[in-house]
Design a protein. Structure first.
Length: 301
């Protein structure tokens, strides 16, 4: 008999969690952005539930500042799988709630996603939202449980999370509350890439090295030039061979210089990386030491 490796263990745990969600909740959803982590979640859902349909729709909160490659991949995958894709737009929320759009040179809408997410949860009465967050991304993520309870206002209190012993997950909630579920919480960025390699999962091309025009910031980050970024005369515009480790709002997501053209190249590169995925690429996480935690407490995923 073939012995299990650590990827088998991680996969089995994630599939178990997905099936627990299907069994414990009435109206779950899988948050899907077209990024590598949510792509792995969809692949795991295929293993967990095929040949049947998924017991949840795919849901994307679209900032309007997304990388085109990720959006094209998102739409094509949902169509290929014949699964329901629900998209709600931050732009619509800004208009409906008269919110202040992002300002400054890099006008990120990441913080505004919270309003749209909470609205879509209320619209469809979702009681569980599955996401691809990992504990190694950022220190606030490490405080999450697998089943992370949110109150009736969608808010997260890290001091009020439930213990999870012996893989027992408690999904009991009161009316109006919901749970955020993280099946790959115990995975690292390198685990995700090793799994992508093993399972031969296709990804948007933006994850691999390509030449791109970027703004070279004072702290050395390579920011994407696009219609939302305000260019100034003093800006240094360079063409570099880059790839993206994460594909969030393109106004606050930096590229990294790379010669990684294949999954194997990326794995080799990551083994020598000394900065976390979000620490290296997400400008909005540098606002303060507690930037992510503050957003999560307000309802951010």
């Amino acid at each position: 008999m073939k012995s299990k490796d650590y990827l088998d263990e991680l996969e089995a745990e994630a599939i178990y969690i997905l099936r627990e969600v299907a069994g414990q909740f009435d109206r779950p959803a899988l948050l899907f952005s077209g990024g590598k982590d949510s792509i792995c979640l969809v692949h795991l859902a295929i293993k967990a539930f095929r040949p049947g349909k998924f017991p949840f729709p795919l849901v994307h909160v679209d900032t309007g500042h997304n990388f085109e490659e990720a959006i094209i991949y998102r739409d094509n995958l949902a169509k290929q799988l014949n699964e329901t894709l629900i998209v709600r737009y931050v732009e619509d929320t800004i208009k409906a709630k008269k919110l202040q759009d992002g300002k400054g040179k890099f006008p990120s809408r990441n913080g505004l996603q919270t309003y749209t997410l909470l609205d879509v949860i209320e619209e469809f009465e979702f009681d569980a939202c599955i996401g691809g967050a990992r504990r190694d991304e950022e220190k606030a993520r490490a405080k999450e449980r697998i089943f992370s309870v949110r109150d009736e206002f969608g808010q997260w209190d890290p001091k009020m999370q439930r213990p999870e012993l012996w893989n027992i997950y408690n999904g009991k909630i009161n009316k109006g509350e919901n749970v955020r579920v993280f099946p790959i919480s115990n995975w690292t960025e390198l685990d995700v890439w090793n799994y992508i390699k093993r399972e031969k999962i296709e990804l948007p091309s933006i994850y691999f090295t390509h030449e791109r025009e970027c703004i070279l910031t004072e702290n050395g980050q390579l920011m994407n030039t696009n219609e939302f970024v305000i260019l100034e005369e003093k800006d240094v515009i360079v063409k570099r061979n880059v790839r993206y480790r994460t594909v969030g709002d393109m106004t606050c997501t930096a590229a990294v210089e790379s010669e990684a053209y294949t999954v194997e190249d990326i794995i080799t590169e990551l083994k020598d990386a000394k900065i976390s995925e979000r620490g290296a690429t997400r400008m909005d996480d540098r606002v303060s030491e507690a930037a992510m935690e503050d957003r999560k407490k307000r309802g951010y995923f």
